[in-house]
Design a protein around this ligand. Structure first.
Ligand code: NAD
Length: 435
């Protein structure tokens, strides 16, 4: 079988590469010529563990290729996946579908023979209908079906998530398209992955319902953590105590500085907008959005408090900028709001992140100083702030940290360290939801 993947970002590149690993002939297309040039030289444009080896192997075996030429990639393909970005539309929070619709137009002009057009991008309910309308308008006689197949991979463990997913969701009413999709995911059938076939609109909604539920779970435990601080309880024990209940589950009950990243912030907002449009407001998700926005500001305030009520003119060491470890993705990272607030309050921020600094430079205030390693952020700092829990920040030489900092103050927004140990070592230590 042969497929084209339109959009070679975090989702398109990983999905395309994994499909080629399944034995399918894949052409990944992107309009960003620099990205394609890098990939043709086997240089990854993103950081994702294990991706470079998998790309190299499949390119070598002739199953995976990269191009800017959409037309040739689409002509003759059994299926064409749309994996372009769907960011928040400026001003109103709706998903910006302009990239999806532009791709649909290009696909319409290029496809030959029966083609399954698959939206892998996260798109609001009804987008598949519009993609179908666009293609039909340009090619009244073309034979095609439009299928929804949302992606659930997580950056940082994307390859494993794609190869061994909890489930695959396929939204289509067409028997022909169902057969093609079943063939493409044949390898996952063999390992008994649940495949959920549903209508196209239902499939589109499943993706948003999933992401907003997870964002709600995170926000819930964050608020419980705030309460724990007031009443002298430990949020990790609360999370364990409730998480062992099979109806609740252990995952996504780790408190922190608020959710961020390329999906949850924009997807919660977009679903809220869709629900309002259909006059079925999702008040829970609206509250989640508001609470999470507010939380990021509160995190900066914690740092200010830890520094004695003011950071004006003080150096603050910041570790971790990406929205989570093992990615270089800075989109909507909580670090953006926290660092901005600290800079606004007069702090001299010295930061380090293992993979995110190139992206961070585009998004954080110019005044931020970037350091070569974790310890280089610390000399003379009034406080050390851990925003993202990269493994290398879990085992810092705490004696060294104490000597380097001007005052032994640590604000740990990911609860990487144990409060008792930190107190014993003489640190003024603030974490989330623990006495
Ligand atoms: N990043 C994630 O972890 C993740 C997980 C699940 C779902 N998703 C969803 O997948 C979609 C893609 O996300 P992403 O993070 O991969 O985005 P991304 O921004 O990393 O990649 C999108 C790519 O599409 C390219 N592109 C846009 N229009 C194009 C066109 N007409 N032709 C060719 N290339 C084009 C862009 O140049 C870019 O490289 C989004 O809808 C997102 O919500 C993302």
């Amino acid at each position: 079988m042969r497929i084209a993947m339109i959009g070679t970002g975090y989702v398109g590149l990983v999905s395309g590469t994994c499909f080629s690993e399944f034995g399918i002939q894949v052409t990944c297309v992107d309009k960003d010529a620099r990205k394609i040039e890098l990939l043709q030289q086997n240089v990854m444009p993103i950081y994702e563990p294990g991706l470079d080896e998998l790309v190299a192997t499949n390119v070598e075996h002739g199953r995976l290729a990269f191009t800017t030429g959409l037309k040739d990639a689409v002509a003759g393909a059994d299926a064409v996946f749309i994996a372009v970005g769907t960011p928040s539309r400026r001003g109103d929070g709706h998903a910006d579908l302009s990239y999806v619709y532009a791709a649909a137009e290009e696909i319409a002009d290029a496809m030959t023979g029966y083609t399954v057009v698959v939206t892998k991008s996260t798109v609001p309910v009804g987008t598949g209908d519009e993609v179908e309308r666009i293609i039909r308008a340009r090619r009244p006689d073309a034979k095609f079906d439009v299928v929804s197949n949302p992606e659930f991979l997580r950056e940082g463990s994307a390859i494993n998530d794609f190869m061994r997913p909890d489930r695959v969701v396929i939204g289509t009413e067409s028997e022909h398209a169902r057969k093609v999709m079943t063939q493409l995911y044949r390898v996952l059938y063999l390992i008994e992955t649940p495949i959920v076939f549903t209508s196209r609109r239902t499939s589109e909604l499943i993706k948003y319902a999933g992401n907003t539920f997870l964002a709600t779970k995170i926000t819930f435990i964050n608020e419980i953590a705030d309460l724990c601080e007031k009443v002298g309880a430990n949020v990790h024990d609360v999370a364990k105590g409730i998480g062992l209940d099979g109806r609740i589950g252990k995952k996504f009950l780790h408190p922190g500085p608020g959710y961020g990243g390329s999906c949850f912030p924009k997807d919660t907002l977009a679903l809220v907008k869709t629900a309002r449009d259909y006059d079925a407001p999702l008040r829970i998700i609206e509250t989640v959005v508001a609470v999470n926005d507010e939380r990021k500001r509160q995190m900066a305030a914690r740092v200010v408090t830890a520094c004695g009520g003011s950071v004006k003119g003080k150096a603050v060491a910041v570790l971790g900028l990406t929205f989570k470890p093992n990615t270089d993705d800075m989109r909507d990272s909580p670090a953006i709001d926290i660092v901005r607030a600290l800079v606004d309050a007069g702090a001299v921020v010295k930061a380090f992140d293992p993979e995110g600094m190139d992206e961070a430079k585009k998004l954080l205030p110019d005044a931020v100083q970037y350091c070569a390693d974790a310890y280089a952020t610390m000399p003379d700092a009034a406080c050390l702030v851990i925003i993202t829990e990269w493994n290398e920040f879990r085992a810092l030489d705490l004696d060294k940290v104490k000597t380097l900092l001007k005052a032994p103050t640590v604000v740990d927004l990911r609860n990487v360290y144990a409060p008792e140990e930190m107190a014993e070592m003489g640190f003024a230590y603030t974490s989330i939801g623990r006495p």
